[in-house]
Design a binder for this molecule. Sequence first.
Ligand code: RUB
Length: 320
Amino acid sequence: MIVPETAEKIKRMEIRGAGRIARAAAEALRDGALASRAPTNEAFRLEMEHAASLLLATRPTAVSLPNAVHMVMAGIEKPLTLEEVRAGIVTRADEFIRSSQHAVEQIAGFGSRHIRDGDTIMTHCNSEAALSCIIAAHREGKEIEVFATEVRPRNQGLVTIRTLNDAGIKTNFIVDSAVRSFIHDVDLVVVGADAVTVNGAVVNKIGTSQVAHAAVEARVNVMVAAETYKFAPRTTLGELIEIEERPGSEVLPDAIAKDLKNVTVRNPAFDVTPAEYIDLIVTEKGAIPPQMAYVIIRDYLGWDIGEFGAALGTGALNGA
Ligand code: RUB
């Protein structure tokens, strides 16, 4: 079945990045619903709920995943026929995928307005929302240059520099620890988000908070590009965003680690950048100061979203 395959790919990071993960989950639920041979309404519902939990268990941090799953699964408990429930899932999944792609295009338009001709931009990790702003600015004819980090341990920076190179954008590739050395050459930091909490904190690839910290120290503006479905309604209830910790072998090969009995490798995949370090969050609804995250959650997501994410968020930081 399609769902376990997609879940495996998300877990192994063959599908990665919050937006892509969300779209892949919606697609898997849609294809799973279409392929299901469940004979009764009840059996179909159980199968789809199992599929949803499989997807939710893959990676805990990107809120786009539970938000997408919730949107696609919304209302499946209603008293409808099996075919109506199936059709609902297919329609909502297609709608989510379409609106998610459209959101990135809108963010590109809003975000590029904050990039000036002659700007040097620093980015971290590989975010399609962040890159869309940079590429849009370049296409508008602005003369820009980018500093892109390597992004240890999974080297997402390689994907970023390839995209920038192919777009014809002058790019400098630096190791993560060189951020502070180059921040004075930079006019603007642009990054993506895996989650935005109600207090405007941004959860993104590990190291983002260091980049933002260096930027604040150097008085360089920090702009975050994030679709509204990356905002986390359940943080209004005090729920915390769990920070995924990945296997130590991604950082230190087992062959070396096995001889270092006193060494523990810590490998958190994300960190939290407090709202005070962020100047602007660009969403498809417009650009907001991080302190307005509450409004996005209230007006565009609603408080009840994320029921399927109820089991998540047991572990880590919510804000500063
Ligand atoms: C990806 C990452 C990206 C956000 C936003 O982490 O931190 O910056 O997901 O990406 P990983 P996008 O590689 O561990 O998934 O804007 O593409 O949704």
